[in-house]
Design a protein around this ligand. Structure first.
Ligand SMILES: [Fe+2]
Length: 287
């Protein structure tokens, strides 16, 4: 290793790891080293820049807590999370999108037709659709797990100190025998990702905003099918074309329509909505 120089160092580092031949770990690690070294050579990095990157990562760790994962936020604003979602979307299935930081896997059961809003201020919205497989067959018994911000752009889980229930504005419902799901809720508003830390500094340095387009979160599961984690957005709403975490996809934008005065619905609803949107989820087989 005495003959090491700026070109031979990459292989020297890779060879120093005695990883299992043909393993995924070896593939991931060697690719990372190769790209990291190539980048460093390409930009001709200075010591000051190198230490700037390391201190930035140190600050991301320092501000992180069990409730705040600054590295996930960093991944989100760099489009890394969105890229992984895209690479893991199965052909024919609903496109994946950000899980975000507020998912709880023990959300309450929600009956079909129930109102998640429970009197909250804002536009009452009917969300309905069918859960199908990629051949168009309905998937009765599919579980639609949803969570969202309120009509001010806040998740109840963020407001527990002021007495809000963390399980509000979230629930799991079971699609009926036709694969249908339907419920009413409050139309969510846009919100900002946390920008009081190093990732916020990065956004400001790049003249970027921290706003997310208004969205509803979903995880949809059915036996034998690959679960999807995704988000639903609304046509003609703010930040739909410049979401801070690159979560919006054309196929995930639903049309918001006003409910007509005497409009009747094919299913029973606890609350009469002001607006409605339809979105069908499509799941691909497991494996
Ligand atoms: Fe969200």
């Amino acid at each position: 290793m005495r003959q090491i120089n700026q070109f031979t160092i990459t292989d020297a580092v890779k060879d120093s790891f005695k990883t299992e031949e043909g393993s995924r770990f070896k593939f991931l690690l060697e690719g990372f080293i190769t790209h990291l070294h190539d980048y460093t050579r390409e930009v001709n990095m200075t010591h000051q820049e190198w230490m700037g990157i390391l201190n930035f990562l140190y600050d991301c760790g320092k501000i992180s807590t069990p409730e705040r994962h600054e590295f996930i936020l960093l991944s989100d604003v760099l489009g890394f999370s969105a890229l992984v979602d895209m690479l893991n979307t199965r052909g024919g299935a609903t496109e994946g999108s950000n899980l975000g930081p507020f998912y709880l896997d023990d959300a309450p059961i929600l009956e079909l037709g129930a109102d998640l809003a429970r009197g909250r201020d804002g536009t009452s919205l009917l969300v309905h659709g069918i859960v199908r497989d990629s051949l168009g067959n309905p998937l009765p018994g599919a579980i639609v797990d949803t969570w969202q911000a309120d009509g001010t752009g806040t998740y109840p889980i963020q407001e527990q100190a002021s007495g809000q229930d963390k399980f509000d504005l979230r629930g799991k419902m079971t699609a009926n025998e036709k694969g249908e799901y339907y419920y009413t809720t409050v139309l969510p508003k846009p919100y900002t990702v946390p920008y009081d830390g190093p990732v916020g500094d990065l956004l400001r340095a790049g003249n970027r905003h921290a706003w997310r387009a208004a969205h509803l979160h979903y995880i949809v599961r059915a036996p034998g099918m690959r679960a999807i984690t995704t988000e639903l957005f609304f046509e003609n709403t703010e930040y739909i074309d410049n979401d801070a975490v690159f979560g919006v996809r054309k196929s995930l934008i639903a049309k918001l329509e006003p409910v007509k005065k005497n409009e009747e619905f094919a299913f029973a609803l606890e609350t009469r909505p002001d607006a409605k949107c339809r979105f069908d989820f499509v799941l691909a087989p497991e494996g």
